[in-house]
Design a binder for this molecule. Structure first.
Ligand SMILES: Cc1cc2nc3c(=O)[nH]c(=O)nc-3n(C[C@H](O)[C@H](O)[C@H](O)COP(=O)(O)O)c2cc1C
Length: 414
């Protein structure tokens, strides 16, 4: 019986353990988590979501307070179009986070950055270009273009000296999205180095509608593989979403996938950014506690725990400090929802907004508990303490379990 370790992910001459830990913003897939994946010979992701905020917390920079001070007179305005990011600061935050992570890297694996293109930051093209270029400058091994696949992202990096040697990959949820990307990028003469095919059971934002349950990862992977074969394109395909055991992973590797991307199992790792108390909520969750909803102001469906504090919270939009979801015209659907409720209850001390979430503030504070479909199985991956809490796991333990387990077994911690 085979295990994941019988396979290798190949990038040119380089061979890796075919386990990629997916990017999880905001700083859920921390540098520490990614560094462990790399040390163990796989691929880890850091995330570039809200990096100025993340570096404030990690490296004591002051990007948020500087921006907040600059725009404080705008706080009560509905129009947020003047609230622009300083590109030099976005670059500095990216350089710091990517640079420090890469400096600390040990082992034979690689570290990629998950680039959340849906964070339009009130100036989509320029902020994205800055993030991509600076990540390459700072020595990242590769970039995975995530949610909201921006068809022109490769072109934004075209002039960079590392454009052809850094590993650049995309996440798609359908063959059609892949075809669109390849068509749009054909004149760059630069194919993606890998394609993550993310199915409907993944965490975070989904590339499906509320009819997600009608789609199936294996079917989409097979369609993508057949298309690549017909076109004679030799690009590693990496399925993601609901691959919960080493045996699940093996079944994909045996049918031609180059690696798997996994995340949910690692949300309860010690090195993951989710605070320990919140990790207990992930452990405790049952299937009924998880939903896919349309509360994210990005417009994409998102999977989360129904009991998270972000849902129904009516906090004032904090775009002067954050503002990562603002579109090219300074709009965010949470601002509209908030202003509507404020107008209905002008004298209330607290209001509740039920149809949208202030994603920046709540993701930043780990109050929006986004999760994968199989979060309800996490309790089966550990032991319970005498006080009823669940034991958190090390990244190494979970990684090795994926790498060596057989027979759908999950190794419990010692
Ligand atoms: C808590 C959480 C946050 C996530 N955040 C992101 C993200 O910011 N960007 C992204 O591309 N994918 C994100 N994902 C998706 C993962 O990177 C990964 O592709 C997927 O969850 C794999 O499926 P699994 O969780 O069932 O293993 C997130 C997943 C989880 C569980």
């Amino acid at each position: 019986m085979k295990c994941v370790d019988d396979f290798r992910l190949r990038f040119g001459k380089r061979e890796l353990v075919p386990i990629m830990i997916g990017g999880m913003g905001v700083d859920i897939s921390t540098a520490e988590l990614a560094l462990e994946a790399a040390r163990l010979g796989g691929v880890g992701h850091i995330s570039d979501a809200m990096l100025p905020t993340v570096t404030d917390r990690r490296y004591k920079t002051k990007f948020v307070s500087i921006k907040q001070k600059q725009y404080k007179l705008n706080v009560h305005q509905a129009d947020k179009s003047i609230v622009q990011f300083d590109l030099a600061q976005v670059a500095e935050a990216t350089r710091l986070h990517v640079g420090k992570t890469m400096e600390a890297k040990r082992g034979d694996g690689m570290i990629f950055v998950n680039c959340m293109e849906k964070l339009t930051m009130n100036s989509p093209r320029e902020t994205l270009r800055t993030r991509l270029i600076t990540a390459l400058d700072a020595g990242i091994d590769g970039i995975t273009l995530a949610a909201g696949l921006h068809l022109g992202s490769f072109a934004l990096m075209e002039e960079h000296p590392r454009f052809r040697d850094a590993k650049l990959g995309i996440i798609v949820s359908s063959l059609r999205a892949l075809q669109l990307f390849l068509r749009k990028n054909s004149k760059l003469n630069r194919l993606p180095d890998f394609i993550v095919v993310e199915g409907p059971l993944a965490g975070g934002h989904l590339g499906f509608g509320l009819d997600w349950a009608q789609f199936d990862l294996r079917t989409i992977v097979a369609e993508v593989q057949q298309y690549l074969q017909a076109e004679k394109l030799d690009i590693p395909v990496i399925p993601a979403g609901g691959i919960f055991t080493g045996s699940d992973a093996v079944s994909f590797l045996e049918t031609g996938s180059a690696a798997v991307q996994v995340a949910t199992r690692f949300t309860v790792a010690k090195e993951c950014g989710i605070p320990e108390k919140v990790q207990q909520e992930y452990f405790k969750a049952s299937e009924e506690d998880i939903e896919v909803n349309l509360l994210s102001p990005t417009g994409y469906p998102m999977r989360m725990l129904k009991n998270c504090p972000a849902i129904g919270s009516g906090i004032r939009p904090n775009c002067e400090a954050f503002g990562y979801i603002l579109d090219a015209n300074g709009n965010c659907s949470y601002i509209d929802a908030y202003n509507r409720e404020r107008a209905l209850y002008p004298d209330a001390r607290r209001i509740s907004v039920k149809d949208k979430i202030c994603l920046c503030t709540h993701m930043r504070n780990y109050d929006c508990w986004t999760c994968g479909h199989y979060t309800y199985r996490l309790k089966d991956t550990t032991r319970r303490n005498a006080d009823g809490t669940y034991q958190s796991l090390t990244t190494e333990h979970i990684f090795r379990d994926y790498q060596f387990s057989t027979d759908n077994k999950i190794a419990l911690p010692a």
